[in-house]
Design a protein around this ligand. Sequence first.
Ligand code: PRP
Length: 206
Amino acid sequence: MLTVALPKGRIAQETLEIFEKIFGESFVFNDRKLILETPKFRFLLVRNQDVATYVFHQAADIGVVGLDTLEEQGLDVIRLLDLKKGVCRVAIGMRKGEKLDLSKPELKVATKMVNITKRYFEERAVSVDIIKLYGSIELAPLVGLADMIVDIVETGTTMKQNGLEVVEEMMTSSTYLIANKNSFIAKKDEVLDIYKKISDVIKSDA
Ligand code: PRP
């Protein structure tokens, strides 16, 4: 029996559809329930930012979460497979027409991805002032809170509608299947079996 942590929303839905395709049965959470028990799997519905935490602490054996979140949190879990879903970019955005000038002193960057941002600028030996926000990041440069933002860009609509544009792409992200390190050893056959089955579905969808 494997416990699977899924992030509430579209990705959970898409992942359950993959399981439905594999096993030919329906996997549906009942109304507001956060656990779905089946003979082979126990699915948990958690916040996207909590998936790796459940897996890291082995409250779940495997999970599904974006690479951007994994990179930001840095928890020691096994990245089993790129599901090629939820593809997006982490990018630097500025007000339209503005140029990124890394030599400018005391650049202010607003983001919810503090660690990715810190690493990115440290690797380039640029000192920046990071301002942590929890959402609506695109607002920050418009009201002078920051010179630029580091944020997720999927369609680009949010930046565009707020008069911002991408000045630099930092990384590409997509959804990954992850596993707890101990589970990967103790439940190796089960983990590899589901890995293989999911991998076959992803390949056949590609
Ligand atoms: C993300 C991101 C952008 C938006 C990008 O926000 O922070 O605001 O999606 O998508 P787009 O390029 O398709 O417009 P999310 O919906 O996760 O909300 P939050 O950042 O406010 O939590």
